[in-house]
Ligand binder design. Structure first.
Ligand SMILES: Nc1ncnc2c1ncn2[C@@H]1O[C@H](COP(=O)(O)OP(=O)(O)O)[C@@H](O)[C@H]1O
Ligand SMILES: [Mg+2]
Length: 225
């Protein structure tokens, strides 16, 4: 619908979690960067009144090699504004709003996939459950094709008790999850501060981060296929 000829239907990926600081903005930016690196036509959409995506781009001098748009102020027109972008891009990655109020529901309804980043702790796992509940409601009532996946972010070590018990909790509920773990790395915060992504950074840490971002991006794509 509305797509240019020879282009697959635009896939909308919403990154959300009502828990603040869980890594929504970092994940949305990394995912858009990963998709861009894989040659996909992608736009990153800022829907958060905190405006973190806009500030990320403004921290640099145009080094980020994919576009963004600011819909943080959009209210009732949010869904229609996002719809305008379909057809032009293969992927729309949305940095969602933290709250479950009002129009985050509209964003969930229009998405193909929702990614929920969370820090590996039981508190963060429990705080995320209502967001999964909302997604499952939408799956039941409106959009049975909607998918979701959890992403462990800011992981201090794969063998840490917190990481393992969080993975166990996810498996217990049979929630889909990216098998790639995003480590806690200063480079993610540094890249943000410099207005770049890890792909524009140099050095071993940047290479390691880029590898895990590509792994995460492949995991995300596999949810859509
Ligand atoms: N994997 C990570 N390693 C290190 N710092 C991270 C990582 N992910 C996020 N951060 C930092 O944690 C803070 C919160 O992340 P952010 O993506 O802004 O979360 P949210 O958008 O959910 O509020 C930011 O300072 C960000 O730079
Ligand atoms: Mg944010």
């Amino acid at each position: 619908m509305g797509d240019a000829p020879n282009m697959k239907r635009t896939q909308i990926i919403l990154v959300t979690n009502q828990k603040g600081g869980s890594g929504k903005t970092t994940t949305a930016g990394n995912l858009a960067a990963g998709l861009n690196k894989l040659g996909k036509k992608v736009i990153l959409v800022d829907c958060d009144p905190q405006n973190s995506v806009v500030l990320w781009f403004q921290n640099g001098n145009g080094e980020i090699p994919f576009p963004y748009t600011d819909l943080s102020g959009a209210k009732q027109n949010l869904a229609s504004e996002i719809k305008k972008l379909t057809g032009t891009y293969e992927y729309i990655v949305i940095d969602g709003r933290p709250s479950l109020e009002g129009d985050i529901e509209a964003l969930i309804v229009m998405s193909d996939l929702v990614i929920l980043p969370l820090r590996p702790s039981l508190a963060d796992f429990q705080a995320m459950r209502p967001t999964v509940g909302s997604i499952q409601e939408v799956q039941k009532k409106v959009n049975p094709d909607l998918r979701f996946g959890l992403l462990l972010n800011q992981v201090l070590g794969e063998s840490r008790v917190l990481t393992k018990s969080c993975i166990e909790a996810i498996e217990h509920f049979d929630f889909p999850r990216c098998s790639t773990l995003i480590a806690f790395r200063e480079i993610y915060a540094q890249a943000y501060a410099q207005g770049v992504t890890v792909f524009e950074c140099k050095g071993k840490t940047a290479r390691d981060a880029s590898q895990e971002v590509l792994g995460m991006t492949q995991d995300v794509l596999s949810f859509l296929h």
